[in-house]
Design a protein around this ligand. Structure first.
Ligand SMILES: Cc1cc2nc3c(=O)[nH]c(=O)nc-3n(C[C@H](O)[C@H](O)[C@H](O)COP(=O)(O)OP(=O)(O)OC[C@H]3O[C@@H](n4cnc5c(N)ncnc54)[C@H](O)[C@@H]3O)c2cc1C
Length: 396
């Protein structure tokens, strides 16, 4: 029988983080800062520069980034999309409005290629934290002395705690709690950032060009002179997962007809371009911890991209959980306190995602044309009502 390490107090020292994404790396930074020994296991064999557009909101994500000393660096990567241009599905203009700096800062926040956020976090921790690439947890056996973890390479190791930050489809969650916590809220997405091979700028520097259909919204924009981004949020009942090699053709067939520029972007894609594609899946768990294992970020409470809050909340959880672990003698108290603090805000972000998702999917009582007319009359007010990043969560 394997001998477990005996800890004299209940305070944890060696902490395994499953998942080296946004929340996992933020947590690793804070744990290291508080004197713990975090070890990250990441299933990807290497971190590739693949991304999509996301925003760190002013009230939460940027506050954590500032505490980590990376906010100024992140600002150098900002994709400043203040100009909202929206067409209907017959290419008639609905709006062409600039958000004021205040509206943009408060309701949207710092827009970034996820790859730039992730690289910045990785650069911050890689010299100080052990990161094991291409490994996953395959089993966790817990007792009063530790968590005995086995990995895909069949090696076994004892940790004081395991924190799962391995994303919306978390395998650790399945190992510990089983299946059944993922709920598709009726929409899905395609998202990508790719080199600009179209031979010309696809949009003005600050333009976010959107096409609003009856049950979808698609958008494209420049990231820099060299990169362009795009996404499609669409109704998906049921969600049909597409093989990566079929995604480009599907997007061209279903959505290319609505905008020539968007079609040219899709046609310029090559097999090396990564297109993210998934259902808008919320993770709804009655509790985020069990014995020595705790869940943060999308693995615990994915709000979906429709909330625009997942990265901000995952980073905040990393900060809050590490702080509580550093303050409490008992890790169980830290797990409970983290959950008690974060859950009410998570519920708000999940609720707002459902509202936004219903509007995208055309599931409102107001008909398509009337919504477009209202958007024409009250553009910014309506956009920010349906889809705002303006969530407050004062950090402890
Ligand atoms: C199109 C789109 C737009 C978005 N827009 C926004 C936005 O505007 N604002 C915002 O705040 N958020 C946004 N998000 C959400 C945000 O990206 C996520 O909520 C956030 O990345 C969650 O962080 P995480 O650390 O929990 O998970 P992730 O960042 O997904 O990281 C999970 C990590 O775990 C790894 N992993 C997976 N399985 C295993 C395993 N078994 N073992 C080990 N490692 C594993 C993965 O490779 C990955 O590195 C958006 C998401 C999408 C897709």
């Amino acid at each position: 029988m394997l001998k477990l390490s005996i800890m004299s107090t209940t305070k944890a020292k060696k902490i395994l983080i499953s998942g080296g994404g946004i929340g996992g790396l933020a947590l690793a930074y804070w744990l290291k800062k508080y004197g713990f020994t975090p070890v990250v296991v990441e299933s990807a064999p290497e971190f590739k520069r693949i991304g999509y557009l996301l925003a760190l909101n002013l009230q939460i994500g940027q506050v954590v980034a500032e505490k980590m000393g990376i906010l100024e660096k992140l600002k150098t990567f900002e994709v400043h999309l203040t100009n909202n241009i929206m067409y209907d599905m017959n290419e008639r203009l609905i709006m062409n409005v600039n958000a004021t700096p205040k509206q943009h800062a408060e309701n949207t926040g710092l827009m970034l290629n996820r790859a730039d956020l992730h690289n910045t976090l990785y650069d911050l921790v890689k010299g100080d934290v052990e990161i094991r690439m291409g490994q996953e947890v395959t089993s966790i056996v817990q007792d009063e002395n530790g968590a005995q973890v086995t990995f895909t390479n069949n090696k076994t190791e004892i940790f004081d705690l395991v924190i799962s930050a391995d994303g919306v489809h978390s395998k650790t969650r399945e190992l510990v709690f089983g299946k059944g916590f993922e709920k598709n809220i009726g929409t899905a997405y395609f998202a990508f950032i790719i080199p600009n091979r179209t031979g010309a700028p696809v949009a003005g520097k600050n333009d976010l060009v959107m096409i609003r259909g009856k049950d979808f919204i698609l958008a494209y924009h420049a990231i820099s002179d060299k990169e362009i981004g795009g996404y499609i949020f669409h109704k998906a009942e049921p969600f049909v997962a597409l093989d990566p090699k079929d995604r480009r053709a599907y997007m061209i067939e279903q959505y290319g007809k609505y905008n020539k520029k968007f079609l040219s972007i899709l046609e310029s894609m090559t097999d090396s371009d990564h297109v993210f594609h998934d259902a808008f899946t919320q993770v709804l768990m009655p509790t985020w911890h069990k014995d020595r294992v705790c869940f943060i970020g999308d693995a615990a409470y994915c709000p979906t991209p429709a909330s625009s809050m997942g990265a901000s909340m995952a980073m905040a959880s990393g900060y809050i959980l590490a702080k509580y672990l550093s303050e409490a003698d008992d890790y169980k108290k830290a797990f409970r306190d983290h959950e008690a603090y974060v859950r009410p805000y998570v519920l708000k972000t999940q609720k707002s995602a459902i509202t936004a998702s219903r509007v995208v999917a055309g599931k409102t009582i107001i008909p398509y044309g009337v919504v477009n007319m209202l958007l024409k009359i009250f553009p910014i007010a309506l956009i920010t009502k349906v889809h705002t990043h303006k969530f407050e969560m004062p950090l402890p």
